[in-house]
Design a protein around this ligand. Structure first.
Ligand code: 1AE
Length: 404
């Protein structure tokens, strides 16, 4: 059987892209090649990277060519985890001039070690019995320093508006006024009460924090306390921490990946890691059931082509790995929902903090405005039509504009 290889694409610039690809293929694997005696070359051949292609994009004023190069690496060079992968394909290389990691294609044999989402899009839809529409999520604004009773009030208000999920803010670490397990129990109780009133279930995503070696144990205690979902700052803790949570059979809840810190990796055109890989493929294979990322229209907008490719990487067929829910976020208000629907389709979670809590009628009215927009877009109606039946939506459109 032929050796399985991982294909890695970089965006870079050089006098000669082919030579650069060849140098990376050797430099990131066996170190040097032409200086080795023949016997050593034969011994190291199975570990040698290979330059696969070089596609020029533009000639720069300094005479160099900017373009995409692809290098293949033998899977035997890696252990099957993301720290090994990232170090092996981009570790030292990430510091070697203008080079950005843009894509990785894995052979099926390498992917088998990755858990992927335990629940994914289908599991979450089935839990919420919501199959034919985008889901709606609301974010606590704010959490830090508030008395527990205020948080309970906020949770109830969001739930009564008809959201499917409520998530903690990702900065909620110092939670001594409303400890993690206590929040889970209290919000579960409120969710039962609001479901009895509205007929609609609501899930709470609690921010999983703490020393990395205690995370799995803490997650299990959360499950025992009745947790529905866990929010996790993947890049701050490391992809492998997510992998180990997702792989743990006792962590029987969906995991929601927050993109905190992603801006340290992706915005440069010349350096870092592209978002479709960072927040798409890697989050998915490591086990995120839901992945938040900057939408193309909000207050921390991501380039639209990248955002669409990211969502595609979360949902396209990938071996036997389940699909992760795309959650295009930041600055979302009801008037943006038709655009979100046109761009990301049915399988997405509409997620808003300020766009719900900033509604002049409060968080319940804010959530109701979003529910009305989601109903409208899935029924092929304009927001103006829907607003004639939803005073909450009419007020939201007056405040934020948008819709069509
Ligand atoms: C891309 C992350 C979005 C996020 O974490 C967040 O809190 C958004 O809040 P709003 O909707 O922009 O208020």
């Amino acid at each position: 059987m032929s050796e399985q290889r991982i294909l890695v694409t970089y965006l870079t610039q050089a006098k000669d892209l082919n030579k650069k690809a060849a140098a990376i293929a050797v430099g990131m694997t066996v170190g040097s090649w032409t200086d080795l005696p023949a016997a050593k070359q034969a011994e190291l051949q199975p570990y040698l990277g290979e330059a696969v292609s070089a596609n020029p994009l533009e000639t720069l004023p300094n005479g160099e060519t900017r373009g995409l190069i692809t290098v293949s690496y033998p899977t035997r060079n890696f252990t099957q985890d993301i720290p090994s992968l990232l170090t092996g394909i981009f570790g030292k290389l990430s510091m070697d001039g203008k080079i950005k990691l843009v894509d990785v294609v894995f052979p099926d044999s390498f992917l088998t070690a990755f858990p992927g989402p335990k629940y994914g899009i289908d599991g979450l839809r089935s839990r919420l019995e919501a199959n034919d529409r985008p889901l709606l999520m609301s974010i606590f604004k704010s959490c830090l320093g508030l008395p527990f009773d205020d948080l309970k009030t906020q949770f109830r208000a969001q739930a009564l508006g008809g959201v499917d999920l409520v998530k903690d803010d990702e900065i909620f670490f110092a939670d001594d006024r409303a400890p993690f397990l206590e929040r889970i129990k209290a919000f579960k109780q409120i969710a039962e009460e609001t479901e009895a009133e509205t007929g609609k279930p609501v899930l709470y995503a609690a921010n999983l924090t703490g020393p990395v070696h205690e995370l799995n144990e803490k997650a299990k205690r959360a499950v025992e306390a009745g947790a529905d979902c866990l929010l996790f700052n993947v890049l701050a803790f490391g992809f492998d921490a997510l992998h180990r949570l997702a792989q743990d059979p006792d962590v029987r809840v969906p995991i929601m990946a927050h993109p905190a810190l992603a801006g340290a990796y992706y915005p440069s055109p010349d350096y870092g890691i592209a978002t479709p890989l960072l927040l798409g493929t890697l989050m998915r294979i490591a086990g995120a059931d839901l992945v938040l990322f900057p939408s193309p229209y909000g207050n921390v907008a991501l380039d639209k082509t990248e955002a669409l490719q990211l969502a595609q990487n979360l949902t396209a067929p990938l071996e036997s790995i389940r699909r992760s829910f795309p959650v295009p976020s930041a600055g979302i208000h009801p008037g943006l929902v038709p655009q979100l629907f046109a761009d990301f389709g049915l399988d997405q979670i509409v997620n808003a903090g300020g766009g719900i809590h900033g509604h002049p009628g409060g968080a319940t009215a804010g959530a109701k405005a979003f529910v009305a927009t989601i109903q409208a877009v899935t029924a092929g109606r304009t927001l103006q039509e829907a607003a004639s039946e939803s005073p909450e939506l009419a007020i939201a459109l007056e405040k934020w504009g948008g819709g069509r």
